[in-house]
Design a protein around this ligand. Structure first.
Ligand SMILES: [Zn+2]
Ligand SMILES: [Zn+2]
Length: 246
C-alpha cells in the first residue's frame, strides 16, 4: 500500500488503514475524536468537511458558530496564534471582509451599542485612553470627511451658550454655500481653498440670532477680523483704521 507522505516512515511506526481512501497511514495522519483515533485520515476528513459545507452551507455555518462559542477562549487563542504567524495575510483578509461587508458591520456595531449603551460608552472611553493617537487620527479623518457638520455643530453650541435664539442645520449651510457660489461673503475669495467659517452677520453678543438669514459664510481671515463687530463697525475699522484686508 502506498503512503501519502513523502518522508520515510520507520518500520516500527504504528499504522492504520483509512476506511475511506483505504490507504495505510501512520497514526499522526489521523485526527483524534473523544480520545480515539478517527477511522478516516485527516486528508479524508478535510474532504468530507468540504463536501458537507458545499452541500449544506447554512447548517455547517451554524454548527461552526455553536462550536466557536462553546470553546470561545480556545478559538480566540488559535486565532491569535494564526494571526501572529502571518500578520500581513490576516490583515489583507480582514480588510477585504470589511470592504465587502461594510453595511453589515455598521449594523452589527449599532446593535451591539444598543444592547448595552453604558458598556459601549465605557469601551469607547477606554479606547480613547489606551490609543489616544489612533483615536485622534480617527476624529481628524471624520472631521475632514465632513467639516461643515462639525463647524455647524460647534457654532451652534457656542451660540446656544450665548443664549441666542434660532437654529440652523447643515442643509442651511449647504444652501448658503450655493447661494454665495462658494465664495467668502465679504472678500469673495474661494472658500473651498481657504476654509469656511460661519459668520453671524449681526453678532450674537449684539443680539443677532442663529436663524439662517443672520448667517454668512466667510473665510477665516474675514470672520476672525470681523469677530463680534457688525458689518458697519467692521468695515469702518477695516478701511479707516487698518487700511483694508492685507
Ligand atoms: Zn483517507
Ligand atoms: Zn473673506
Amino acid at each position: 500500500m502506498p503512503h501519502s507522505t513523502d518522508f520515510p516512515i520507520p518500520e516500527t511506526s504504528p499504522t492504520k488503514c483509512c476506511t475511506r481512501c483505504k490507504q495505510v497511514k501512520t497514526f499522526d495522519l489521523f485526527g483524534f475524536s473523544e480520545g480515539r483515533l478517527r477511522s478516516q485520515c485527516k486528508a479524508c476528513r478535510t474532504e468530507i468537511e468540504r463536501l458537507k459545507r458545499l452541500a449544506n452551507p447554512e447548517k455547517v455555518r451554524e454548527r461552526d458558530r455553536l462550536n466557536y462559542w462553546a470553546n470561545v477562549e480556545h478559538e480566540r487563542e488559535l486565532l491569535r496564534v494564526r494571526r501572529a504567524r502571518s500578520p500581513e495575510s490576516f490583515k489583507r483578509r480582514e480588510d477585504e471582509y470589511r470592504l465587502k461587508n461594510a453595511d453589515k458591520i455598521r449594523e452589527q456595531k449599532r446593535l451591539s451599542y444598543w444592547r448595552n449603551p453604558e458598556k459601549a460608552r465605557q469601551r469607547e472611553r477606554n479606547r480613547r485612553i489606551n490609543n489616544p493617537d489612533i483615536m485622534r487620527q480617527k476624529d481628524r479623518d471624520r472631521y475632514l470627511a465632513d467639516p461643515q457638520t462639525r463647524v455647524a455643530y460647534n457654532r451652534l453650541r457656542k451660540a446656544r451658550l450665548a443664549g441666542a435664539e434660532g437654529r440652523y442645520s447643515k442643509r442651511d449651510i449647504d444652501e448658503l454655500f450655493i447661494k454665495q457660489a462658494g465664495c467668502c461673503a465679504y472678500c469673495r475669495r474661494s472658500l473651498s481653498l481657504i476654509g469656511i467659517h460661519i459668520d453671524h452677520i449681526i453678532p450674537v453678543v449684539k443680539g443677532g440670532s442663529n436663524w439662517p438669514h443672520n448667517l454668512a459664510l466667510a473665510c477665516p481671515k474675514c470672520n476672525l477680523t470681523k469677530h463680534d463687530k457688525t458689518p458697519d463697525e467692521w468695515v469702518y475699522r477695516w478701511y479707516v483704521c487698518e487700511g483694508g484686508l492685507k
